[in-house]
Design a protein around this ligand. Structure first.
Ligand code: ZN
Ligand code: ZN
Ligand code: ZN
Length: 203
């Protein structure tokens, strides 16, 4: 029997929205050493670290909640399973995939298809890598609107939302004032913690 100690790790980058891939060997995780997988964009990473004799911990910033999630991964799983998946505990979107290269790539593909189906079911199209970000933004906009914290400086709260591939546009139905929010800006700002969103005409 040939034992293969090489593993591939993939995660959804909270900064650029792409899936980041990295390779490591189980031997690199011995003792107290951790492995860091970094996205090609350079803005995020995922840490796999020994937790105790039997477990590793996997931690990363979540693209959906903007919080750091920490998952526990038993050493046995890493040696036995072809691909281990961890999803965000708040929204069922696959965040982390660790295992043998081919199995990881297949799981990522399956998860991307699943995310696309969810997005299509929400009436969105062509969002590509920004799908998760757009869903999260729409949820937040709905929340602001429900609490009367989304309005235009003209006083109207009839705001139209249009989702495009890389950004979304909010437009006042009364005076036509609009603002554009890019997916990058939504991911890399405090958007999910906004208390108010007011449309203002550019001066
Ligand atoms: Zn990235
Ligand atoms: Zn999350
Ligand atoms: Zn207006």
């Amino acid at each position: 029997m040939v034992i293969n100690f090489d593993r591939t790790a993939a995660y959804r980058c909270p900064s650029c929205g792409e899936i980041a891939y990295g390779d490591f060997s189980i031997f690199e995780l011995s003792g107290t050493k951790a492995v860091s997988i970094q996205c090609a964009c350079g803005q995020s990473n995922m840490i796999i670290a020994p937790e105790n004799k039997n477990n590793f911990s996997v931690s990363l910033q979540c693209i959906v909640c903007d919080e750091v999630h920490k998952f526990s991964m038993p050493f046995q799983l890493l040696t036995k399973k072809d691909c281990i998946e961890f999803a965000c505990p708040n929204v069922v979107v696959g965040l982390v995939f660790i295992g043998r290269n081919e199995a990881v790539r297949n799981s990522v593909l399956r998860n991307e298809q699943y995310v696309e189906e969810v997005i299509a079911a929400c009436g969105l199209e062509h969002t590509g890598k920004n799908g998760v970000t757009m869903l999260k933004a729409l949820d937040k906009i709905q929340d602001l609107s429900d609490n009367e914290n989304l309005y235009c400086e003209c006083g109207s709260n009839m705001i139209d939302v249009e989702v495009r591939e890389n950004d979304l546009v909010l437009e006042c139905c009364q005076c036509g004032t609009s603002i554009t929010l890019s997916a990058d800006a939504i991911r890399n700002s405090d958007f999910s913690h906004l208390e108010k969103l007011i449309l203002k005409r550019k001066k």
